[in-house]
Design a protein around this ligand. Structure first.
Ligand SMILES: Nc1nc(=O)c2c([nH]1)NC[C@@H]1CN(c3ccc(C(=O)N[C@@H](CCC(=O)O)C(=O)O)cc3)CN21
Ligand SMILES: CC(C)C(=O)C(=O)O
Ligand SMILES: [Mg+2]
Length: 284
């Protein structure tokens, strides 16, 4: 059992801000855990930042299982959360249960589902079975086609009502937290006050119980980051410089240098061995 549990996350509301960052592979998950981040999150955003898709609609259960397994191997302390991808939980509660179990068996401590009111039954069933669930409302990227792109949510009375209904449904069904993505900050504040479970915001302002960012946005290794993401480093630039140095050093014959290879000290010894090896090959 890892140190950060859904119960701990729940208890952080009103006491300490919750931090969450995505990771999709072993080395990045090691670093997120080591940094003291509370939740290491295998998001379906991997479809975009790892696989180059224009949205998150083509992410499969297989991809989520493989990436979750790699991340889970690295994490000792943080809570490991895995996204349920598009198509893995909408058709029936049974399919949702089966797929959530696959993510748990791959090493996740909890799963995240987009939507709230529409999936109350699934959330309740998973929680009863012992699978902790995080909800997700506001901008739900899996509704990309209906929304006609990614945009801020909660401008109209109807949208505010929908977000409130989702958050309250999730609380009632037993979810341990809810992501509020790209809502007006006032709406996120209202939700945070209206529900007893922690709200984790992304692009929804400061009046929430925690924040989540995508690894590639935070580190500056993705060109199409959303406008609300903050770049804490410019690793894209650093990586490009390193690759250009390698390229020019190989072309110039400067790499590998003397410290990066091993040679026979006794050249005569080598010539004799090579002679014998060549001769033996010739006999065949
Ligand atoms: N790299 C990355 N970071 C994220 O935070 C993230 C993903 N990918 N993929 C899944 C969702 C999608 N997200 C997004 C992406 C773009 C905007 C956005 O508002 N972009 C433009 C407009 C784009 C459009 O017109 O479609 C903007 O300037 O508002 C918002 C949320 C947040 N999530
Ligand atoms: C944007 C976050 C919350 C997400 O769902 C993801 O990275 O997949
Ligand atoms: Mg997601």
């Amino acid at each position: 059992m890892r140190e950060i549990t859904p119960k701990r996350i729940r208890e952080m509301k009103g006491r300490e801000k919750i931090t969450m960052v995505t990771a999709y592979d072993y080395p990045s998950a090691l670093l997120v855990d080591k940094a003291g981040i509370d939740i290491v999150f295998v998001g379906d955003s991997l479809g975009m930042v790892v696989y180059g898709e224009p949205n998150t609609l083509n992410v499969s259960m297989e991809q989520m299982v493989f990436h979750t397994r790699a991340v889970a191997k690295a994490v000792k302390r943080a809570l490991v959360l895995a996204d349920m991808p598009f198509g893995s939980y909408e058709i029936s509660v049974e399919e949702g249960v089966k797929n959530a179990m696959r993510l748990i068996q791959a090493g996740a401590d909890a799963v995240k589902i987009e939507g709230g009111a529409d999936h109350e039954e699934l959330v309740r069933k998973l929680v009863r079975m012992g699978i902790p669930v995080m909800g997700h409302t506001g901008l739900t990227p899996q509704r990309y086609l209906r929304l006609g792109g990614y945009r801020i949510m909660g401008e109209t009375e109807e949208e505010i009502e929908e977000i409130l209904r989702d958050a309250k449904a999730l609380e009632k069904a037993g979810a341990f937290a809810v992501v509020l993505e790209f809502t007006l900050a006032d709406v996120a504040k209202l939700i945070t006050e209206e529900v007893s479970i922690p709200t984790i915001g992304i692009g929804s302002g400061p009046w929430v119980d925690g924040q989540v960012l995508v690894w590639h946005d935070l580190l500056g290794i993705y060109e199409n980051s959303p406008p609300f993401a903050k770049r804490y480093a410019n690793l894209g630039e650093a990586i490009l410089k390193a690759l250009q140095s390698y390229n020019s050093e190989v072309k110039a014959g400067e790499f590998p240098g003397r410290e990066h290879y091993w040679e026979f000290l006794d050249k005569k010894d080598f010539r004799e061995k090579a002679q014998k090896a060549l001769g033996r090959l010739g006999e065949k």
